[in-house]
Design a protein around this ligand. Structure first.
Ligand SMILES: Cc1cc2nc3c(=O)[nH]c(=O)nc-3n(C[C@H](O)[C@H](O)[C@H](O)COP(=O)(O)OP(=O)(O)OC[C@H]3O[C@@H](n4cnc5c(N)ncnc54)[C@H](O)[C@@H]3O)c2cc1C
Length: 371
């Protein structure tokens, strides 16, 4: 039997960021990870650190996302120094392009609502018209009517982020246990035990960060995580000269020069197949934004599953039945890596979630608790 201070179930971006934050806080931590046979959103995402569209009608989510974006530079620098891996963070702000006047007006209304809801916290944005955009983005398509801009957005190499978090976790003394699927566990207040063939690990704290696996695991710990898969497809072009000074929502240029085109939203269960019709729509929109993209070769394409809560907002919780058990679920694990490592992990280390996390509780879905 091996004793730890905390067990994290799941070694994707969410579990790795939390595990990294916990070992940095001096805890003895084990990350238990099913591995590559699982549906890993962390290996199939778009790499945006994206703030501007987060939290319409839910200003607590906008604040959490902003906090994460603010923590990102420190996390990226720290990971770079400790592991030698650059996570490629650039945070020059971001533009969301709008095709046609109707889309632009909808976007304007959305951004204005976000500003109103932000209250004293503030929300800085600007709407750019076509002529202003054309000065920044060469070869802009005739259908682009304008864009929204905020200074908070950015992008990164999310595979390098995952790698760096794992490397940093190991170098700080964390124990990574891959190839292990948690199916059942012993849970009691501040006393958790997970068994595998010939091996038992115990800890007074446990964090469920198993992505889509959380839906089944949560009830074992008196928690609720009703997440479902949402498929997203992405296309990648061959490399080209550096063209855009900032990411453009569903279009971004990587530091290597490829252009990523994304990303769709489909409810198709656990199907990770690619659908030509969806790929065509992604490509069509990209070419309407920048007709010259049609000249570039598509060199890669894939589909992956988002971890989607019913209302699209993250779920963070601690168990009332089994204190010491926590869960973290979200569909923006790249963006939220800064908050997970630098804010959520310290709360877990201290033994309780901050009151600011209460609106993220899954009690919002539990009709009996609400009653
Ligand atoms: C197409 C697409 C585009 C995206 N674009 C962006 C973006 O631009 N910006 C952004 O911020 N986010 C983006 N995301 C979302 C982001 O990738 C996810 O929020 C994040 O990867 C979720 O990480 P996770 O660790 O929760 O889940 P996962 O990556 O799925 O990892 C879960 C881990 O838990 C393990 N596991 C599961 N069940 C068990 C079990 N029972 N026992 C042990 N281990 C278990 C699995 O092996 C896996 O390693 C995108 C996602 C997709 C699909």
């Amino acid at each position: 039997m091996t004793q730890f201070d905390a067990i994290v179930i799941g070694g994707g971006l969410v579990g790795a960021a939390i595990g990294y934050g916990l070992v940095r806080d001096g805890l003895r931590v084990a990350i238990v990870d099913e591995g590559d046979i699982a549906f890993r959103a962390s290996r199939g995402n778009f790499g945006l650190v994206w703030v501007q569209s987060k939290g319409l009608g839910a200003p607590h989510y906008q604040r959490w996302t902003r906090l994460s974006a603010e923590e990102w530079p420190a996390l990226a620098a720290e990971l770079g120094e400790r592991t030698g891996i650059s996570v490629g963070l650039e945070q020059p702000g971001g533009l969301q392009l709008c095709l046609g006047e109707e889309e632009l007006e909808k976007r304007r209304a959305m951004m204005e609502q976000m500003r109103r809801e932000a209250g004293n916290f503030g929300f800085e944005y600007r709407m750019l018209d076509r002529s202003e955009l054309a000065g920044i983005l060469p070869g802009l398509g005739a259908s682009v009517a304008g864009a929204s801009w905020t200074p908070y957005d950015g992008h990164a190499n999310s595979l390098n982020l995952l790698h760096a978090l794992h490397k940093g976790f190991g170098e700080r003394g964390g124990t990574y246990l891959p190839g292990r699927t948690v199916i059942e566990a012993h849970a009691a207040p501040h006393d958790f035990r997970v068994e595998f063939a010939g091996e038992t690990i115990v800890a007074p704290k446990i964090v469920l960060a198993a992505g889509l696996g959380n839906a089944k695991l949560a009830p074992l710990f008196g928690l609720l995580a009703p997440v479902r898969p949402q498929r997203g497809q992405i296309l990648v072009t061959e490399r080209t000269n550096r063209i855009w000074p900032l990411p453009l929502g569903s279009l971004r240029q990587t530091q290597e020069g490829t252009i990523m085109l994304g990303s769709s939203e489909e409810d198709v269960g656990f199907d990770t197949g690619q659908k030509p019709e969806i790929m065509r729509n992604i490509a069509r929109r990209a070419v309407l934004c920048f007709p010259w993209i049609a000249e570039l070769q598509i060199v890669r394409a894939w589909a992956a599953l988002r971890v989607m809560p019913p209302d699209g907002l993250p779920i963070y919780d601690e168990s009332e039945e089994f204190p010491g058990a926590f869960t973290a679920n979200c569909h923006s694990g790249v963006t939220l890596a800064g908050a997970h490592a630098n804010a959520f992990a310290p709360m877990v280390a201290a033994g309780a979630l901050d009151p600011m996390m209460m609106p993220f509780s899954a009690k919002r879905f539990d009709v009996s608790a609400a009653a």
